[in-house]
Ligand binder design. Structure first.
Ligand SMILES: Cc1cc2nc3c(=O)[nH]c(=O)nc-3n(C[C@H](O)[C@H](O)[C@H](O)COP(=O)(O)OP(=O)(O)OC[C@H]3O[C@@H](n4cnc5c(N)ncnc54)[C@H](O)[C@@H]3O)c2cc1C
Length: 493
């Protein structure tokens, strides 16, 4: 994998850079080795890299001053929320300032009349819902990491979650952002009424993976909690039967609030981990929520139950809130439970058209045999967003490389059947070198020009998303070229 090379001239100026940042944020600069080591990776934990320095601003003026300074001095910037990115989006640079947004975590306004909240970027996803749940409202996108991940990170990754099938991803629940551009200018895109005409810059910034600026304020929609939610657990004695059932339910016009798939290996690991009560021996299970008003929910439940039976499955319904929570607790613990199967794991993230599900599940099983590595399937089935978990042992020579190659083949397969490289985890460093499998050179050059329009010097999160930034050269700006990524598990400092 390629990574823009470290600029040793910047590393040599570390003392001076630390002093300049301390002048901007006197109580928020982490420069000691042990402090920095807590930031040397994100949830794509195969790769480690100590940052040059980490700065933790408390307000947008400080962010602006930091970015102005960094641009003036040509120092790279890596934005960071909670560091739960699964694609290495927040991986620091040896010659770069890591700007951690965790201190900016105030809920600034709850506006019931306009149905929205105004929050700082470091607020966790779950705390947005907690701020309004007593009044019967919530924030819909619910990543499994919601207890930790920040709304700034959610905007940057266009994050999804269990209930995005019906309620959409971050982009569908976002009304506006205020961000600081690489030169320090503060701009607001959208607002309480959303984007009104003109270029959809809010859409452009959503999912831009920290490449265009730092988000310092977010306006999100709040929704009223549905009056009724019922949870169904369907079990199948074959994976293709479960895949066909997903297609049949969606084809029938039912839109469950959530529809999650787990294969036998995953369900068994989860059962051993936190005993959610999944049926023993099932080759695949689907967990589904139907929500809304009573009549609609009853109709959806009876149609889903019929379709499951026609596909050869068996449906059980949660009898009360306690059982609902228990069933979902298993799904939410799926990543943690995989730790029982092997010491290391990579969570892939590709999206496919739903009709291709049986074919892709079958081909993934063949790839697993070919690579001699175990994997299990857990994914947001309703919207075709796959999260195969590849398990391996980093200490065994060659296993990490094999796991990466297996993962890359899965993503190529997603593209081959008409899907895309990512559904919600982003490209980061993980999928960066696969971008050419999905986009033509012209596509990438055009995307690069958009990046350069915001960040002409290529200082924002260099090495992420783009295989190269040659478009900046075409436009007469700085060229960011390739070199090796820091080696897995070999921190450098
Ligand atoms: C156990 C687990 C479960 C997960 N489940 C889901 C899931 O269900 N759905 C899902 O979509 N994702 C999931 N994720 C992935 C991850 O939680 C999301 O991508 C999340 O949005 C990252 O938020 P963060 O605050 O941790 O951001 P970070 O990891 O710190 O950063 C992610 C990216 O955002 C950029 N960034 C962060 N803050 C800002 C800012 N203020 N301004 C500009 N750029 C910024 C960073 O540069 C980086 O590129 C999961 C991760 C884990 C570990």
């Amino acid at each position: 994998m390629l990574f823009p090379p470290t600029d040793s001239r910047i590393v040599a100026r570390r003392t001076e850079i630390v002093a300049a940042l301390k002048a901007i944020v006197p109580d928020g600069v982490v420069a000691d080795k042990s402090g920095l080591s807590t930031f040397d990776t994100d949830a794509f934990s195969a790769y480690h890299q100590m940052p040059l320095v980490c700065v933790l601003p408390s307000n947008r003026e400080q962010v602006s001053a930091i970015l102005k300074y960094a641009q003036g001095e040509g120092v790279p910037i890596v934005p960071r929320g909670a560091g739960t990115s699964l694609s290495g989006g927040a991986l620091p640079r040896e010659d770069g300032i890591l700007i951690g947004m965790g201190r900016m975590k105030r809920i600034l306004e709850i506006d019931y009349e306009n149905g929205c909240l105004v929050v700082e970027p470091g607020v966790t996803n779950l705390n947005i819902t907690k701020a309004v749940e007593a009044s019967g409202f919530y924030y819909a996108p619910d990543p499994s990491s919601q207890v930790a991940c920040t709304i700034g990170g959610n905007v940057a990754e266009n994050s999804g979650g269990l209930h995005c099938l019906k309620y959409g991803l971050t982009t569908n629940n976002l009304l506006g952002v205020t961000m600081v551009l690489p030169g320090g200018e503060i701009v607001t895109l959208g607002g309480k009424a959303g984007c009104q005409g003109g270029l959809d810059l809010l859409g452009l910034v959503t999912g831009s993976e920290g490449l265009l600026g730092v988000v310092v304020e977010v306006i999100v929609k709040m929704l009223r909690k549905p009056p009724v939610t019922r949870t169904l657990l369907a079990s199948f004695n074959s994976v293709p039967a479960a895949g066909q059932c997903v297609a049949a339910i969606i084809g029938d016009g039912v839109v469950p609030a959530a529809m999650e798939f787990m294969d036998r290996r995953c369900a068994e690991a989860v059962e051993a981990y936190n005993q959610p009560g999944y049926p023993a021996g099932a080759e695949a299970i689907l967990i589904m929520d139907a929500d809304g008003v009573e009549a609609d929910v009853s109709d959806a439940v009876s149609r889903i139950t019929d379709i499951v039976a026609r596909c050869g499955g068996v449906t059980v319904e949660a009898t009360d809130e306690k059982q609902r929570t228990r069933i979902w607790s298993g799904r939410k613990a799926a990543f943690a439970a995989m730790g029982r199967l092997a010491p290391d794991m990579i969570c892939m993230d590709g999206t496919i058209p739903r009709h291709a599900l049986p074919q892709v599940l079958d081909e993934m099983a063949k790839l697993s045999e070919q690579y001699g590595l175990g994997f299990c399937n857990v994914f947001h089935a309703g919207d075709g967003n796959l999260h195969p978990l590849i398990i391996f042992d980093m200490m065994k020579p060659g296993e990490f490389d094999k796991a990466e190659a297996f993962g890359a083949d899965i993503l190529r397969l997603c593209v081959k059947v008409g899907g895309v490289l990512t559904g919600e985890h982003g490209v980061g460093v993980e999928k960066r070198d696969l971008m050419t499998d999905m986009f033509t050179a012209e596509d990438l050059a055009q995307q690069g020009r958009v990046k350069c329009a915001f960040d002409a010097q290529g200082l924002f999160n260099p090495g992420k998303v783009f295989p190269t930034l040659s478009a900046c050269v075409e436009q007469g700006h700085v060229h960011v070229h390739g070199a090796q990524l820091p080696h897995p598990h070999l921190p450098r400092y």
